[in-house]
Write a protein that binds this ligand. Structure first.
Ligand SMILES: *Cc1c(COP(=O)(O)O)cnc(C)c1O
Length: 399
């Protein structure tokens, strides 16, 4: 397939037909300031060196590429390799982005970080980086989510972060983002808004992608060392889209590498029962970006459901919408039930308990690997570890 490998974005933040900067007047100045600071930092070897040091010595990079031999044998088909982002400090890929944005904020002279969080994973990673860099930190979290994810609320407080309960709207992630943005506008002098995924107005989707690219860069080198060639397929779960774009990005020009993004199929295809934006959504604007959004016929943002809180969001990062439009990445979805079963299988067969988000990618590979020859190989992004989800397994009656 001929493929224009440059997804951009262009200078105005457009990835082809998606993205941009749909922000209220009050946010334009801070977003422009951020963009200028990021361009300067990106080209500054001392910034890159400090980020590389923290990724290695604090977060634990590089993460291994593990040949899952027993899972491969069990399924019978393509060889399965796991990119072990679950082994990072705080248990997921989110620390890659938080370290990058935290250092950038410090370089901009900011002393305070604000962030939104759904399940609390991004909140914990942000709180961790704030403590590391000696910054004040406030995390906005829906009232509903705070009740569901109490251990992560305690982690954030332990790290010295103030967790603010959001009781507006649906009391979940969407409302937490609104509150965080409001805080940013009010306190922009000393505050950086640390966005948790490849979402939001330009430059966030580009910047978060750049900070997560390390996943694919390492995976590429490790594949060449271990197998002697590039993988036949990449597979990753897609919430906002940061772990997946991080894995995919450096392989986009390689036409022989098939890429599969897996969204949350939830309880079924009815609007409100899932978070499969490409299956049930259409283009619209949410939180500063033009992209695929789950919405009602009147254009109201739809409610979403997924057993994994990290995939439970109505919009997807704009670069994925462009990759979908071009047909470069295939997007599919997996149900709650399939993700729960994949978690159990990986735990029993490989001794690894994946995050329920990552289990969506595992579930897709369970479907595909048996149909592929044994001399093909797949890299799955194991975006996080599953300790945080044990309560859900109890609720679901599995434990
Ligand atoms: C937050 C999270 C995700 C989903 O976010 P993306 O930005 O799509 O990567 C996936 N896996 C884990 C473990 C997470 O914590």
């Amino acid at each position: 397939m001929e493929f224009d490998t440059s997804t951009g974005p262009n200078a105005r933040g457009w990835f082809g037909e998606f993205g941009g900067r749909f922000a209220p007047e009050t946010l334009m100045a801070p977003v422009e300031e951020l963009e200028a600071a990021y361009h300067a930092a990106r080209n500054d070897p001392s910034f890159q060196a400090e980020l590389a040091r923290l990724l290695k010595d604090f977060a634990g990079r590089p993460t291994p590429l593990f040949h899952a031999r027993r899972l491969t044998a069990r399924l019978g088909g393509a060889q399965i390799y796991l990119k072990r982002e679950d082994l990072l400090h705080t248990g997921a890929h989110k620390i890659n982005n938080c370290l990058g944005q935290g250092l950038l904020a410090q370089r901009m002279g900011k002393t305070r970080l604000v962030a939104e969080t759904g399940a609390g994973q991004h909140g914990v990673a942000t709180a961790t980086v704030a403590a590391l860099l000696g910054m004040e930190c406030v995390v906005y979290m829906g009232e509903e989510d705070m009740a569901r994810q109490a251990p992560n609320v305690f982690r954030m407080r332990m790290l010295g972060t103030k967790v603010v309960s959001v009781s507006s709207g649906t009391k979940t992630l969407k409302d937490a983002i609104n509150e965080g943005m409001r805080d940013w506008v009010t306190n922009v002098q000393n505050t950086h808004y640390l966005m948790g995924s490849a979402l939001g107005p330009h430059p966030y989707p580009m910047m978060v992608r750049d900070f997560q690219r390390i996943i694919g860069q390492e995976a590429r080198q490790q594949a060449l060392e271990k197998v002697g060639r590039l993988p036949d397929m990449l597979c990753a779960c897609v919430g906002g889209g940061s772990n997946s774009i991080g894995l995919f990005y450096d392989f986009i020009p390689d036409a022989t590498v098939k890429m599969v993004g897996v969204e949350a199929g939830g309880r079924g295809p009815k609007l409100g029962e899932h978070a499969a934006r490409f299956a049930g959504g259409r283009p619209g604007v949410l939180h500063g970006s033009y992209t695929y959004v789950l919405q009602t016929e009147d254009g109201l943002i739809a409610n979403t459901h997924s057993v994994s809180a990290g995939l439970d969001y109505a919009a997807v990062g704009p670069e994925h919408s462009e990759l979908h439009r071009r047909g470069r990445v295939e997007y599919t979805h997996v149900s709650d039930q399939e993700a729960l079963e994949a978690t159990t299988l990986l735990a029993r067969v490989e001794g690894i308990i994946p995050a329920l988000e990552s289990a969506h990618a595992i579930a897709e590979v369970i479907k595909r690997a048996p149909g592929m020859p044994a001399d093909k190989f797949i890299i799955v992004n194991l975006s996080g570890r599953g300790d945080k989800d044990l309560g859900i397994f109890q609720t679901e009656g599995i434990l």
